[in-house]
Design a protein around this ligand. Structure first.
Ligand SMILES: [Zn+2]
Length: 431
């Protein structure tokens, strides 16, 4: 209904959507379009299935990255056969090194493909890739095509040199490392490897981090090339005079940019922690850290034991935080950011809404809710010091139950004598 309404307002809405009632109908739709899509005027690689009920959407909620009520179904990708000429390597903002196959140009799903991702050393090894090999290229859901196989029969009379993953960073020459449990190789030179420096600044200014208006990757790249910024703290030293007159930078936009940078000083602690770009510290972990430490100094001085005692922080994240602060340049950078006036401390506002009313309690959420989504209830439990657990056991303190609680759960709760609270009772409890 929302889509139809939007269409009435003049938005371009696909008229190929369909409301399905059963899984059979869903597959019918998929199978039909797997063939028919080739007659569409645009390239397609799949179908998006969405839960139609807004109430169910609300209850399903979101993960940190995507909605739980929408999922993509990908069609079998088209593939083409072509020759591998060269393998080059790209260094990303995290220092992760991606091998790229350079190929003889080949037509694939309507475009000419010349380069494809090889992902990591294990993939190259698994393919037993040699220079000059005839390789299968596929265009999946990603924009960048990938190599999925080698035509070994085509090797009959000449075999090129085996592709070996590089040992040193192509950008700065540092020896690459591989962290335990990770498929990628990394350049460890976080503070002086050019793509990593630019990447850190880009991450720092991004919407979910410091959200600096008017500053995008191209501008960062230009400032970096001109030597105006060498790290995130340098942003706060820029003046309108420094940047006006530069490419596409009029007086007005220069001033707006400087204002935008100054305004970012009010960004709350949790987002500043996220903005630092410590490996493995995403939004969720940054929030937990901001809640557990009064300021950045406390975090910097925390030892392994203290760090792993925090919910959501395991050994891997803790080690990464320790490694970050063990690095002299990072400590200097944090000191400069502090001097610039960023909120590297918790404010009263950050703490508002937090209580210990549910301290030490394990709470199971079950059923369908009216006032808040399941995710919101989970957050409320955590904000009030409780812990949301998945299944009912003798240790469960109580069950927060909406409508249609599963009969098996209900029986188990009764058998163990566990209290069941309604939404209203729960909200009253924490109010
Ligand atoms: Zn490097």
């Amino acid at each position: 209904e929302n889509l139809q309404e939007a269409a009435k307002w003049g938005f371009k809405i696909s008229d190929l959507t369909r409301k399905c009632q059963t899984l059979e109908e869903v597959f019918e739709f998929i199978n039909y379009w797997d063939v028919e899509r080739k007659n569409l005027p645009v390239a397609t690689d799949g179908i998006v299935l969405k839960v139609n009920s807004l109430r169910q959407q609300k209850n399903l909620g979101f993960t940190a990255k995507s909605p739980r009520w929408a999922i993509a179904y990908k069609f079998q990708a088209e593939r083409a056969l072509t020759r591998l000429n060269k393998v080059t390597y790209q260094v990303g903002r995290t220092g992760a090194v991606t091998p790229v196959a350079n190929l003889d140009p080949v037509q694939l799903s309507g475009t000419v493909v010349k380069r494809a991702s090889l992902h990591n050393a294990d993939i190259i090894e698994g393919l037993d890739l040699h220079m000059g090999d005839m390789v299968y290229v596929e265009k999946g859901g990603e924009i960048i095509p990938k190599i999925t196989g080698v035509d070994k029969d085509a090797r009959s009379f000449m075999l090129g040199e085996k592709v070996r993953f590089i040992v040193n960073c192509p950008e700065c020459g540092s020896k690459l490392v591989r962290y335990e449990g990770e498929a990628a190789h990394y350049c460890p030179n976080e503070t002086a490897c050019p793509p990593q420096i630019k990447g850190k600044i880009e991450h720092f200014i991004s919407r979910k981090a410091m959200n600096i208006d008017g500053l995008g990757p191209e501008t960062v790249d230009m400032f970096y090339r001109l030597g105006l910024i060498k790290n995130t703290a340098d942003l706060y030293k820029l003046t309108a005079d420094d940047i006006k007159g530069l490419d596409r930078m009029g007086e007005k936009s220069a001033e707006n940019l400087i204002t935008g940078i100054a305004q970012s000083k009010t960004v709350p602690f949790e987002r500043v922690i996220f903005a630092l770009g410590i490996r493995f510290v995403g939004e969720t972990v940054a929030k937990k850290i901001a809640k557990s430490f009064e300021n950045i100094d406390d975090l910097q001085q925390a030892d392994l034991e203290k760090l792993v005692s925090i919910d959501e922080i395991g050994e891997k994240i803790a080690q990464s935080i320790l490694a970050y602060f063990a690095n002299e340049s990072n400590r200097e950078l944090v000191a400069k950011l502090k001097e610039a006036g960023l909120q590297l401390y918790r404010t009263e506002e950050d703490l508002s809404g937090y209580t210990d009313k549910l301290a030490g309690q394990s709470i199971v959420i079950s059923g369908v809710f009216v006032h808040h989504s399941r995710d919101e209830y989970k957050e409320l439990i955590e904000k009030n010091g409780g812990k949301n657990v998945g299944s009912i056991s003798a240790k469960t303190s109580f069950i927060l139950a909406g409508d249609n609680m599963g009969p098996a759960k209900l029986e188990k709760a009764k058998k163990l004598g566990i209290t069941i609270l309604s939404e209203d009772e729960f909200l009253k409890l924490i109010s």
